[in-house]
Ligand binder design. Structure first.
Ligand SMILES: NC(=O)c1ccc[n+]([C@@H]2O[C@H](COP(=O)([O-])OP(=O)(O)OC[C@H]3O[C@@H](n4cnc5c(N)ncnc54)[C@H](O)[C@@H]3O)[C@@H](O)[C@H]2O)c1
Ligand SMILES: [Zn+2]
Ligand SMILES: [Zn+2]
Length: 393
């Protein structure tokens, strides 16, 4: 089959790889009909290069049709239409029972000290072949795949694999009080969808922050107040101005470790300024894995006693954190990979004909898998208005 394969830094190629097969009784193999390209894939494309192995198949946002199931997979049969969560969980352990599927104790990647494995996400997360391919082997298929009805186009359900539950969990963890205010930093697919969900769930004011004009415009069109981070020397002050001088009740960081720190001049400088020369050099050498610009903004923007919800991905351990401010402002902090199946029952009722979250035209690009190399480049550069790319293998 054909698959999008990582071959090196900023080098994705579509090549011929062996077809996957059912290996365990709990496996299924699906024929992919749609597969999302995620901001998380961009980390692999460039900054997480040391964790990649040439030949890794990318992608973790699949939907498709069951080809074959193992003997222990009940309730699914060849021909069923399914969407597949980006993490692999058993559904019946101590963690899964609490809705913490990303911490599944059956599947945890223990040799790396990590939680549940993810499709297409490096050796750190189990080196599981990914979903930007024609076919996918789905482990733990007795639990993972969500059966969906025939009829609507793929995009109605595709985002259940990642974007919707991630944005839902971000909003849930943000714990916005009734009629409260929320700032969302980063208006990629996750931040954009988090804004939509927060408004739907009754937040009084949602402030979206980014620097890409198309993304700001797209979010504004859905009733979000937007701020262009490049137009404000002090983004915290700009948010306080919109919130009675206090800051928002909650902040979602939907950027993660690849924040454009250079536009957040003040923050970047203050972080750099805390480090003596040698350390600053080391920190620079690790740049990308230890960039906290968005999180630093979040700490500044959130009101005293408020909540920061991190859905952006972070790595590294070298950056200094303003612990005194975090403590003094009495900030609540929640984070983590989304526990997909925990939120699916909450989200499914919104994926009806009314399409309240606007999933039907959420994707900006539908491209053949063969164009994966160009798509990665376009998405990384945020060129051509690309916000969400969906591959059609
Ligand atoms: N927690 C999870 O389960 C989960 C799931 C999916 C994605 N993610 C993570 O969520 C993050 C967002 O994903 P995405 O698909 O929306 O990616 P994306 O790269 O399209 O979005 C990031 C956005 O942040 C903006 N940005 C960069 N620096 C900024 C700054 N200093 N201030 C304001 N905005 C800034 C960028 O312009 C971009 O629009 C990524 O880190 C991704 O890895 C986490
Ligand atoms: Zn993703
Ligand atoms: Zn489990």
């Amino acid at each position: 089959m054909k698959a999008a394969v990582w071959q090196g830094k900023r080098d994705v190629q579509v090549t011929e790889v062996p077809d996957p097969a059912v290996k365990e009784p709990t496996d299924a193999v699906i024929r992919i009909t749609s597969s999302g390209l995620c901001g998380s894939d961009l980390h692999l494309y460039e900054v997480l290069t040391p964790m990649m192995t040439p030949g890794d198949i990318l992608g973790h946002e699949p939907m498709g049709v069951i080809e074959e199931v193992g003997t222990k997979v009940q309730g699914l049969k060849a021909g069923d239409r399914v969407v597949v969560p980006f993490q692999i969980a058993c559904g019946s352990c101590f963690m899964c029972d609490q809705g913490l599927q990303t911490q599944c104790e059956t599947t945890q990647v223990r040799e790396q000290g990590m939680g549940a494995p993810l499709f297409g996400y490096t050796k750190l997360y189990g080196a599981v072949p990914g979903a930007q391919a024609e076919y996918l082997r789905v482990p733990q298929a007795q639990y993972g795949p969500v059966k969906i009805p025939e009829g609507p186009a793929d995009d109605r359900f595709l985002f259940l694999s990642d974007v919707l539950p991630t944005a839902w969990q971000a909003v849930e963890y943000a714990d916005v009080p009734k009629d409260g205010t929320l700032a969302v930093i980063g208006l990629g697919p996750i931040g954009d969808m988090a804004c939509r969900i927060a408004l739907h769930r009754g937040a009084r004011k949602v402030i979206g922050i980014d620097l890409v004009p198309e993304r700001l415009a797209r979010t504004r069109a859905r009733g979000v107040e937007v701020l262009d981070v490049t137009e404000h020397d002090d983004i915290g002050a700009a948010v306080r101005e919109l919130t009675d001088g206090r800051g928002t009740d909650a902040v979602i960081d939907a950027v993660g470790m690849e924040a454009h720190g250079n536009v957040a001049g003040k923050v970047a400088q203050s972080v750099g300024g805390m480090l003596p020369g040698k350390l600053a050099e080391k920190a620079l050498a690790k740049a990308g894995v230890d960039r906290l610009a968005a999180f630093q903004h979040a700490i500044d923007i959130v009101r005293r006693g408020g909540t920061i919800s991190l859905s952006g991905l972070y790595g590294g351990a070298a950056d200094p954190l303003p612990m005194m401010t975090l403590f003094d402002k009495q900030i609540q902090l929640r984070m983590g990979q989304a526990n997909v199946k925990r939120w699916v029952p909450d989200i499914l009722p919104l994926l009806t004909d009314e399409d309240v979250l606007g999933v039907d035209d959420f994707a900006t690009h539908h491209l053949p898998l063969a164009q994966a190399p160009e798509a990665y480049e376009m998405f990384q550069k945020k060129a051509d208005g690309a916000v969400k790319v969906v591959f059609k293998p």
